[in-house]
Design a binder for this molecule. Sequence first.
Ligand SMILES: *[C@@H]1O[C@H](CO)[C@@H](O)[C@H](O)[C@H]1NC(C)=O
Ligand SMILES: *[C@@H]1O[C@H](CO)[C@@H](O)[C@H](O)[C@H]1NC(C)=O
Length: 346
Amino acid sequence: MAKVGMKKLWLVMLAACFNVWQETMAVDLAGIKERTVEVNGIKMHVAEKGEGPVVLFLHGFPELWYTWRHQMVALSSLGYRAVAPDLRGFGETEAPPSVTNYTVFHIVDDVVALIESLGVGQVYLVAHDWGAIIGWYLCLLHPERVKAYVCLSVPFLHRDPHVRTVDGLCATYGPDYYICRFQKPGEMEAQMAAVGTPYVIRNILTTRETGPPILPKGEYGTGFNPNMSSTLPSWLTQDDLDYYVSKYEKTGFTPPLNYYRNLNLDWELLAPYTGVKIQTPVKFITGELDTVYTTPYFREYIDNGGFKEDVPNLKQVIVQKGVAHFNNEETADEINDHIYHFITQF
Ligand SMILES: *[C@@H]1O[C@H](CO)[C@@H](O)[C@H](O)[C@H]1NC(C)=O
Ligand SMILES: *[C@@H]1O[C@H](CO)[C@@H](O)[C@H](O)[C@H]1NC(C)=O
């Protein structure tokens, strides 16, 4: 009897600790203001917190401004104005209808108009995944806009003048490499619809698979993550997941997939910039398990000097042990420190 009582007491105490821990994990979104700005012919949804020099955050796929919630709270408490839009076609930002409305030039122009609307000439830039790609082209096309760039996961994509981007990727990684499978309008949307939006979002956000993402033939199936766990990782709550899902259920996947569908067109439009180096001071942070870092070519490019050659002001490369692709969420505190320590130097 006494033994059972002790056991029960321990369980109650454990549960209490778990609750406290969960509460400290949950981020206080209360101070984040959301509004709509007219930029470059579209209505853009923007989240913002704090006052001071602007730190602009650009998200990737399948994410939204919301992926930066931890960074926004941290940087605003350190004297910065944290600003994070939903990019064109994502979340509550307008989604123009044509595939060709989503070239990197369109998205970069949206971001420049957003910076102007903030009443500042320059920003500190922090970006991840597709946001990182947009970030590189912002630095390439409008170098005067960015004081310093903290880039997560995707290095600068060196333009090969001989091979179009998608053609090169499909030749190297095969026709089931995810970017190749995303190309044909409507096809991946139908395959994703067969498994449902909650599954797709969870499947991608929680993956720890390394190497190039290769999708099952002819279907979404187990997608990016054949070993999807039945429990969520500590850094992603059910509420977080529900937020993403509720927005993607409204917009569908077409607008974000259209970014990938413009990679060849982007390659053509970027021809005049072949070989142009990025002069912005950059800190690059990735996880050692990141699907990009562990895809052949990327790791060699990052580790063996190619990256530094294209980005001469690449000041620091951090490879986080045991961390996967969504490092700003998985290791929020660590990323907050990295951002702060880098941007205070400029
Ligand atoms: C979308 O593309 C169409 C056709 O090229 C163009 O007329 C329209 O201005 C574009 N809209 C935006 C918001 O980029
Ligand atoms: C996922 O499962 C496959 C097949 O069981 C295995 O080969 C692979 O190593 C697993 N990946 C991870 C990240 O656990």
